[in-house]
Structures are given as C-alpha cells and as structure tokens.
Design a protein around this ligand. Structure first.
Ligand code: 26V
Length: 859
C-alpha cells in the first residue's frame, strides 16, 4: 500500500491541501510556472500553519492526528496499533512540513541549486527529526498522551529507512539535513529501494541475512509523483545522420526502456525554516502485461518483462567491500543518474530557458563514482537532445559536475568491462571513447606524454581486460574533486589520482566529513543536550561552537557529577537493550568499550578481538588482580559474500560464549555482539559509550563519521592516526585521545619489510598466545580449525598490519584501564571531547562545500 495523496489532491479533495502540494511541486519541480515574487521570509521561530489556524498547537496536533487515524488510515483509536499511530502522527507532521515549505519558499526560484546524487541515503527514522526541527516534540508528546498513547512507543514503531550500507549513505543523510537547516536549496536524488540493507540475525553465531521490508505498510512521509516520470533506455544501437558539411549527429535507439517514477520525501531543516526534497526513483515497467500470453495460461511469462524492469529498484546492493561488477548494479547506476539529470535539465529549461547557463544555476555533486555515468549521460543529453557542439557540451558538463571520493581501497574502486558498457549503454561508451581520445591527445603533447603516463591517466584500463575506470572518468569530468578528511585528500593526490592531480593540481580539495548534531546530539542524547543548554544557554542548539563554553566546566566537580549521571542513564538503557536482544547481563558501572561499524578487515575488529583474548588470558592468570571491569560491545553487518568478515562475527560470538560463562571472569570482562546494527541502534549505543574504537590500519579509513558521533557524546577515542581521527585529535587535544600504532607513512614503509608479521608475532609472547588459542580451537572446540583462515592470514600475510600494531594497542588499552580508575580525570576528558567537537558538525562541512565547491548562497 502506498499513500498517494497527491492524486487525491489533484482530484480536488480540498483546496488547502491542493495548494500546499503545488508549492511542494513548484519547489521540486519546474513543470509549474515559476514566479519571481519574493515571499515573506519565514520567521526565525518555529513554523506557523499556512492556513488561519488559531488552535493551540497541542489541540491542533491532537485533532489532526485523530483525524488522520480515522479518515486516512481508516482505524479507530481503539483498534489502532502503534504502527497506525505512527502513520497518523507522521501525516499530521508532514502537513506542517508542507506549511513550512510554503512559508519559506513559495514561488521563488533560487539562484543556484545543489543536486546531490547518491545511490545511498541512510536516513533512518524521520519522526523525531521532524518533531525536533519543527519544535513540536513536547506538543506531539502531549497530544498523543491526551489520546492515551505513549510517544516513545510510537517512535519505536517507525521502520528505519535503511537505504544505505554504512558511512557513505549516512553521510548523504546528514548532508541533506544540514543543507535544509542552512537553507541551501538542494534536491537529493537516489533510488527508492523496496528492500534496504538486509536484516542481520545470528544463527548459532553465524550471520544470516533476511530481506528488509520498510515499505510493507507504506511510507507516510513520501509523496508519489506519477506525473514526474522519465524513460530510461538500455541496450540497442546508435545511428548517424549528417547535418551539413561537418556536422554528424548520432542518435541512440535503446532496445528497452524503463520508467523512473519520482517519490519525494520532504526534508525539513532546523526550526522549520527551509524544506528541501529527497527525490527517490522507483523503476516501473512501461510494457503492458502481455494479455494474449496471460490468457493462454502463461501467467509468469506474461509479466516477465515487467519483472525485469522493476528489479532495478528492488534491492540495495549490500556490499561496500568490493566492486563486483554485476549488470543489475550498472543498470541501477544508470537508471537513477539518467532520471535525475533528465529531471534537473527539464527544471533548468523551464526556469532559465537555455542549458548554456546550467553551471551558473546548478551544482551537481556525485557521491562516489556510483553516479559517474553522469559524465557521458549529461554529454549525451546536451549533444543529442539539445544539439550542442562537443566543446560547448564539455564546457557545460565539466563545470557542473563535482565528485567526492570515499575510498582508496583498490578493490572498492569501480571499473566496468567495456564489453558490458557497449552492450548496455552503447552511446555512452562511444562518448567515453571520444572523451578519452581528446584527453590522451592533449597529454601526448606535453613533456610527460610517454606510454607509461598515457596508460596511467587513461580512462580505460587495458591491463585487466578492457575496463572503464569510473574514478578517473568522474575526476576528468568534474570541476572539483574532494576527499573526506585531510589525510585522505592528501593521499588522493599521492596515490590513486597522482597522475591526474599533476595535470590539474587545483582540482582536488579537502572537505572533511561532518555529522548533524540535531540527530546525533539533540535527539539521541536529550540528557546531555539538556545539561549543555542549562549550562551554556539555548544558543547551543543553533550554534554548536557554543559547546566550547563547556570547557571551564570540565574542572567543575559538580558538573562532572552531572555529566557522569547523564552517561549512567544512557548506559542503563543500553544494558537493558543488550539483555533483551542477547540475554547477556552487563554491569552499567563497567567501562563500555564500543566498536560499531561495518565488519571489514581494514577496520580491524580482529585486532580488538585478539586483544580481548589476550586480556581474557591475562585475567585467567591473575584473577584476583584489581582489573578494570569492561564490556566489549560490537555491532555491524558483513557483506553477504565477504567470507572473512562473516568469520570475524562468528569469532566474536564464540569468544563471547567462553568469556561470559567463565566464573573466574565475572564482570571483569563481558563480550557482546549486538545483531542488526542500524541507525536507530546507533542512537542507543553512542550516548552510552565510554570508549570509541577507531582502530583502522592507518591510511585506509577515508574519514569515519562514527568516530565523530562517539566523541561528541563524550566517549574517549582509542584510535590510529587515520582519517578524521587526526583532525579529532587536533581539536580535542592530544592529551584527550588515545593514539597508538603506525601512522600512514609507517604503514607504507612496513609493508615493504619482509616477514613483518612473523617478526611481530615472534617478538610478542602475548600476541602469540592469543593467536594460538584462536587458531587451535580454544573458542571453537566443536571445530578446532574454524578460525584457521583468519589466523593463517595474520601469520603469513597480515595485509592490515594487525600483528604489527598489537603490542602498542595492548599498551594503550592498559593505560585506559588506569584512566578509568581516576573518574574525575576521566570525566574531565570526556567533557573536553564534547566541548571541542563543534567543528565536526555537518553544517560546517556543508558551508565549506557551498562556498568553495558549489558557489551557492545560503538562504
Ligand atoms: C563501494 C562499493 C564498491 C562497489 C560495490 C558497492 C559499493 C558500495 C559502496 C561503496 C562505498 C565504499 C566507500 C565508503 O563507504 N566509504 C566510507 O565513506 C564514509 C563517508 O565519507 C567515510 O567516513 C568512511 O571512512 C569510508 O569508508
């Protein structure tokens, strides 16, 4: 079931709703005429209803929620489940977002818009975001209470919109929220997957995947826009026609077309000042059911063509570890990129007439290479559909597109076989050949133009079969390219894009990631937020740099006590969730040591687990020593095809079983793997964390954003000098973070040393003993060789330098044990972390993009 209110509206359900919706359409869509009249700027207070509504906000919400429940959902208050109350509440709030949209933007055409193209938007639950940004948390709580309903139950009934794998998708969601909060006119474009990231369960400790079904009961936040449908072509052939002496025009005749239908989710910014749109495309077949076949009894064959088309938006690819190069994935990439470009081109023409001015009024940001096919697609649209000459089309394209790189790992860098591209996108392949030919021609003219240089900068890799390199294609077709932390941007210049960077040294810029404080502080940690507001004033809600005023309070014993009390509340809540979901009882006074992220060898959950085993062995040897009680908490999903990562999850479970049941250990050490990590689970874990594990091999984590969320909430970081950890250290102070291990240069040097793993193990009896225990089946007596693949890899290759960093990691962990025993000092450090994290607000990131990349004004 889908909510299709816009069709009801256009059929004249009510002039009020109808008008409100046309505002939304106008903002997101140019098929309505644009007016240049400036509206009254929205007041700096929370949203006023557009229609004359002098009801008290609580009364209004109560009446509206009740009316939605009865008249839209067809339920009575008596028969309604939490899920129904959620939908009714969401619909009532959505009306207010429509009102906010009207207040702020009706009829205006912004000077320049940002288009954020991303295959992933990990937005999670939207209810608390909407209530908080509209200033309606208390009013909604009261309205529901009047109706006999508990807000927290209603919030719990909302499914997570889990349309992403991890960091890259969550970043896109934080950026959307910040753009709305800063009044940057923006549209996010992605895919409306039926199934987001799979649901993870553990069966005897092994990861099992089940389909996720967030849309099973519809999505009350979205507006279906059947009228915004575009045709997306695949396959077929290209013809040429001659126009005058020197002008040959090519035309693509796809063999197959699929419809892309728009679904809009409004994104409301802080204090309801601005509303942007997240436009997600659903694939629908344009082929009718083949009635003759159907009537002849071939019921499946009659809809087979439709099923193939609709498969495009069926499921999110759950791998962020290796580019597997499947055809359906390329179809997804082209599908959403083409729909988005067609949509924004149509809007630009409606508003401005000529595409010549596209770079002046549109900045397109490519979130990784997943939408990199935008380079030849925008060229194709300009050349074929709008008759531009090549040079003009290139000038427009390469001044409108911008590209963010999110990884240096070679296995995650996308390339597509030329053969597949020729079959699926023949016209685009021709365009890529011509772009490449012109690019290499230019290069062969300069001094570096030897064969090695040409091979290095070519957009086509000839060394592993012929493959199109999407990173270099995006680089060459973009005006700016950015990395996501200072170290990562530097490494882009010296590694993957070294040669291209030498050609265009101004192109790569750094834009360190950020997180939205509205979700990761205000919503996730109301206790800490209240404490900050009470201490430094309400201004902190609008300006996170006000947190700096907490610095002197780090030395105030009373404030420390209150800060620690806040943590205690959150830890009790997490302990409750741990008990419910795993049956493990943990002591909330123990140090909560947290590693939550996708399971990846480079993120080194294995380093943490080997240290856990070494600690277990040490406690066993001296059970009466005064150990610092710790709870090691892990959560994260493994890509379904990533065998080693799944084995790491099983190892965590097997270690947990032995350790948690050992009477010698008791509360000195507990190990927990919480299944089905998600945005909403992160919101429970992060405010309860004392220690944040950010222990990737230096040079491999592009940025990390969980590191920022945890430090903001006052967890101390144990980390390597990798990604944004370095900048976190610079902000919180070297004395307030625990750094260990090799830095990126050290890693580069060490991997050239022969037998480095062997040497490290030989030099560390503690490490050797822990590896022996795991490798010999101490934790898997039913299958002693179960973990041999993990341990053999560490002994013989150790690509991620786990053995090399182990001893230093152990040393720093023991420093942390000692630090926990000095609570005054510990809480002082935690407070300083919270106080000095303001720079990591995604508002700062978005301001930097707006000024230095997009050249777009904040509203
Ligand atoms: C890569 C691939 C490879 C092809 C198969 C499907 C797939 C899906 C996603 C990805 C993206 C991997 C890159 C990524 O997620 N990077 C993360 O981006 C975060 C936001 O910038 C950053 O904080 C993390 O450090 C970085 O790992």
């Amino acid at each position: 079931m889908h909510y299709r209110f816009e069709s009801a509206a256009t059929k004249g359900v009510g002039p009020v709703l109808n008008e409100a919706l046309s505002v939304l359409v106008r903002n997101g869509d140019a098929d309505t005429s644009a007016s240049s009249s400036k509206p009254a700027k929205a007041a700096a207070t929370y949203v006023k209803p557009r229609q004359a509504d002098d009801r008290d906000p609580v009364v209004a919400l109560r009446e509206d929620i009740r009316a939605k429940l009865i008249y839209v959902l067809g339920k009575t208050p008596e028969s309604a489940r939490d899920r129904d109350w959620f939908a009714a509440t969401a619909l009532a709030l959505r009306d207010r977002i429509v009102d906010a949209c009207h207040e702020g933007q009706a009829g205006t055409v912004p000077d320049k818009r940002v288009y954020y193209l991303s295959l992933e938007f990990l937005i999670g639950r939207l209810l608390s975001d909407a209530m908080n940004n509209l200033g309606l948390v208390e009013a909604t709580k009261q309205a529901l209470r009047d109706l006999g309903v508990d807000l927290s139950e209603v919030e719990g009934a909302e499914p997570d919109a889990a349309l992403g794998n991890g960091g890259l998708g969550r970043l896109a969601a934080c950026f959307m929220e910040s753009m709305a909060s800063l009044s940057i006119p923006a549209i996010g474009y992605g895919i409306r997957y039926d199934h987001g990231i799979f649901r993870q369960s553990l069966e005897d400790g092994w990861q099992r995947e089940a389909p996720e079904t967030w849309l099973a009961e519809g999505n009350p936040w979205e507006f279906a826009r059947q009228e915004s449908t575009y045709k997306i072509g695949f396959g077929g052939h290209v013809t040429m026609t001659s126009h005058g002496d020197h002008h040959i025009r090519r035309h693509w005749h796809p063999a197959e077309t699929v419809n892309a239908v728009a679904y809009d989710i409004p994104v409301v910014g802080w204090r309801g000042r601005h509303v942007n749109m997240l436009r997600l495309w659903k694939a629908e077949s344009d082929a009718p059911v083949e009635l003759a076949r159907f009537n002849a009894g071939d019921h499946v064959g009659a809809v087979a063509g439709r099923a193939r088309a609709e498969a495009i938006s069926r499921v999110l690819y759950p791998s962020d570890s290796s580019a597997e190069g499947q055809e359906l994935r390329l179809r997804q990439e082209y599908f959403f990129t083409s729909a988005s470009l067609q949509d924004l081109v149509r809007r630009h023409i409606a508003e401005r007439g000529s595409l010549r001015t596209l770079p002046d009024h549109a900045a397109i940001q490519l979130n990784d290479t997943h939408p990199a096919i935008a380079v030849p697609e925008l060229m194709r649209i300009l050349l074929e559909e709008h008759d531009f000459l090549w040079e003009d089309a290139w000038q427009i394209t390469s001044n409108t597109l911008h590209y963010t790189n999110h990884t240096l790992l070679p296995e995650a860098l996308e390339t597509w076989p030329v053969e597949l591209m020729e079959r699926l996108l023949p016209r685009h392949m021709q365009i890529i050949y011509l772009i490449n030919w012109l690019h290499l021609e230019e290069q062969s003219k300069n001094a570096r133009g030897g064969a090695a240089h040409i091979a290095a900068v070519s957009l086509i890799d000839e060394s592993h079969g012929r493959r199109v390199r999407m990173g270099p294609l995006a680089f060459h077709g973009s005006r700016r390219v950015n990395g996501v932390s200072a170290l990562h941007s530097d490494l882009l210049k010296s590694t993957v894009f070294k040669d291209l960077h030498e050609i265009e040294p101004e192109k790569i810029v750094n834009k360190t990631n950020g997180i939205t404080f509205r979700r990761w502080l205000h919503n996730a940690n109301p206790e800490l937020t209240a404490l900050a507001v009470e201490t430094v004033g309400k201004g902190v809600l609008d300006d996170p740099t006000e947190l700096l005023k907490l610095v002197p309070y780090a030395d105030d014993p009373e404030f420390r006590t209150r800060y620690a009390a806040m943590r205690k509340v959150r830890k009790k809540r997490l302990a409750q969730v741990i008990a419910e979901r795993t049956g493990i009882a943990v002591d909330p006074t123990a140090l909560f040591d947290v590693q939550i992220k996708r399971i990846h060898e480079y993120k080194r959950q294995l380093l943490n687990l080997v240290e856990t085993v070494a600690l277990y062995q040490a406690i066993k040897k001296a059970p009466n020593k005064d150990w610092t009680p710790r709870v090691k908490i892990f959560a994260g999903k493994a890509a379904p095809s990533y065998v080693q990562a799944k084995l790491i999850i099983k190892l965590a479970g097997d270690i947990a079983k032995v350790v948690n049941e050992d009477p010698d250990i008791g509360n000195k050490l507990k190990v927990v793997f919480l299944p089905n990590y998600s945005v909403s689970l992160a919101e429970v874990i992060i405010p309860a964390a004392d220690l944040s594990e950010q222990i990737s091999t230096a040079g491999m984590e592009a940025s990390g954003t969980g590191n920022m969320k945890l430090a903001l909430n006052g967890a101390l970081t144990i980390g390597t000098l990798d990604g944004a950890n370095i900048e976190i250290k610079d902000h919180v102070g070297a004395e307030n973070i625990f750094i260990f291990g090799l830095d990126a240069e050290g890693v580069l040097a060490r991997v050239d040393e022969p037998a480095y793993a062997n040497k490290a193990i030989a030099a560390s009896p503690r490490l050797a003993a822990a590896l022996d225990a795991i490798g010999n089946g101490f934790f898997s007596p039913d299958e002693p060789r179960r973990f041999a693949p993990l341990i053999d890899e560490l002994r013989h290759r150790d690509r991620y330098l786990t053995t090399v960093d182990f001893d230093d990691y152990w040393r720093v962990q023991r420093e942390i044990d000692a630090a926990w025993r000095r609570p005054a000092q510990w809480w002082r450090t935690a407070i300083l972390n919270t106080a000095r994290m303001a720079w990591f607000s995604s508002d700062r990131s978005m301001r930097e993009y707006a000024e230095e990349i997009w050249q777009v004004k904040l509203g």
